[in-house]
Design a protein around this ligand. Structure first.
Ligand SMILES: Cc1ncc(COP(=O)(O)O)c(C=O)c1O
Length: 415
């Protein structure tokens, strides 16, 4: 029911109390019940991000150039530090945005305008060639720009099948995509092979490292087997990497990078035909929170390489345990070979969604994959802290579903 505008204001404490009451029905992410949406790097990182965000609570990152040089400087430094992590050289250009979707939309727009600048015109419509597993943000970008997305099958290891990608490229293709990792299965695509295809066909290659961009480099530094996915790979033209996911920075914060000035040239919006003079932005958003910029800068500087490596160690050790214990439950099987902390598991013996339904009854928000049917979790440190409880509930749920194998769930996979 629609409520009307209040005649009289409430006190701050009344407003806060109402909000807390509203919140009581939300998923309890602090107890690891959310399999996505929230990323936890520990209490200390949370406090640092929060303090920095509120230090710049009122400032506007739109005004970085004219009014808030501190914000611009922090933004440039965040981008500079990230370029190092992604094996970029001095030619690489990067920008902060407000999220993975914005980073992807901007990379797609840059690729389209790059194609146009080289005299290309579509026979029908320009298209993006990407595996079935890429994030819907590419379809969102395509819808905004009247492009098509040609989705190709994944291989037996659930990675984008490079041959299928190569076959799908046609005269109208302006971008080919690899994920590092993809959201549904947590696997890093064969970026080097896709890079070769991109080079052979002369098509712009984007790596969507929204999930992996700020954890894969540290996992590699601590000796984990992480395939090359960044500017070290020839053919990679642009990369999206989210600070507000495994960079453990407050939302909204992401980054997008280009191999060099030529690829970055079409990124900015530059307009000079209205009464207030030149309007130049590097984001789709105009006004955007300076807090997101400040907090990312603060978290980077607070943790340093050392701090991020410690988090990566704790996280990856937990993921090893998670995969081991789930695989030990009779009837459960991990999907593919996930590289980082997205893990999904299925069953050949019973309806896995019935297990998810039992977990839901115990307060765990079920993350679901539809193809193949699986339970899905994107995990950070908070999930490790409640793992004993989780695995006990999984074992109970599996036992109960096994006792009645005809049990079929009505759950539907939604993001
Ligand atoms: C692989 C991947 N790319 C892009 C995105 C979009 O990021 P955002 O939700 O920050 O727009 C996500 C979100 O989960 C993702 O998993």
């Amino acid at each position: 029911m629609r409520i009307s505008f209040p005649e009289h204001g409430l006190s701050k404490s009344e407003v806060l109390a109402s909000m807390q009451a509203l919140k009581s029905g939300d998923i309890d992410w602090k107890r690891g019940r959310a399999p996505l949406y929230v990323f936890d790097g520990g209490e200390d990182v949370y406090e640092m991000g929060r303090a920095a965000f509120f230090e710049f609570f009122k400032e506007n990152a739109l005004g970085g150039r004219r009014a808030f040089p501190s914000v611009l400087q922090m933004e440039e430094q965040v981008v500079g530090m990230a370029i190092d992590l992604l094996h970029g050289d001095d030619d690489v250009r990067g920008f902060m945005t407000t999220g993975g979707t914005e980073s992807i939309i901007q990379a797609v727009q840059s690729a389209r305008d790059y194609a146009r600048s080289r005299g290309r015109t579509p026979k029908t419509r320009f298209n993006i060639v990407a595996a079935a597993s890429v994030h819907p943000a590419f379809n969102k970008a395509a819808r905004l720009m009247d492009l098509d997305v040609v989705r190709t099958p994944v291989d037996a290891d659930l990675r984008a099948d490079p041959d299928a990608l190569a076959r799908a490229i046609d005269d109208d293709t302006i971008m080919i995509v690899g994920s590092a990792p993809c959201f549904p299965y947590g696997v890093i695509d064969l970026i080097e092979e896709i890079g070769r295809i991109a080079q052979d066909s002369g098509v712009w290659m984007h790596v969507d490292a929204c999930v992996g961009g700020y954890v894969a480099p540290f996992a590699a530094m601590i000796g984990r087997d992480i395939p090359a996915f960044d500017f070290a790979v020839p053919g990679v033209c642009s990369i999206s990497a989210d600070l507000h996911k495994f960079g453990f920075c407050p939302k909204p914060a992401s980054t997008v990078f280009y191999r060099d000035e030529e690829h970055a040239r079409h990124h900015a919006f530059d307009f000079d035909d209205w009464p207030n003079g030149r309007f130049y932005t590097n984001t789709i958003c105009g006004t955007r929170p300076a807090g997101g910029v400040a907090a990312a800068w603060a978290v980077f500087n607070h943790l340093g390489l050392e701090g991020y490596k410690l988090i990566a160690t704790e996280l990856m050790d937990f993921i090893d345990l998670y995969k081991k214990r789930i695989s030990e439950v009779d009837g459960l099987e991990i999907l593919g070979k996930p590289h980082l902390s997205i893990v999904a598991y299925k069953s050949g013996d019973f309806d896995i969604y019935a297990v998810a339904e039992k977990l839901k009854e115990k307060g765990w928000l079920p993350g679901l994959v539809r193809d193949p049917k699986a339970i899905h979790q994107m995990m950070s440190l908070v999930h490790g802290k409640v793992f004993d409880e989780y695995i006990a509930d999984v074992e109970d749920a599996v036992a109960s579903v096994k006792s009645d194998p005809s049990m079929q769930s009505e759950l539907k996979a939604t993001y």
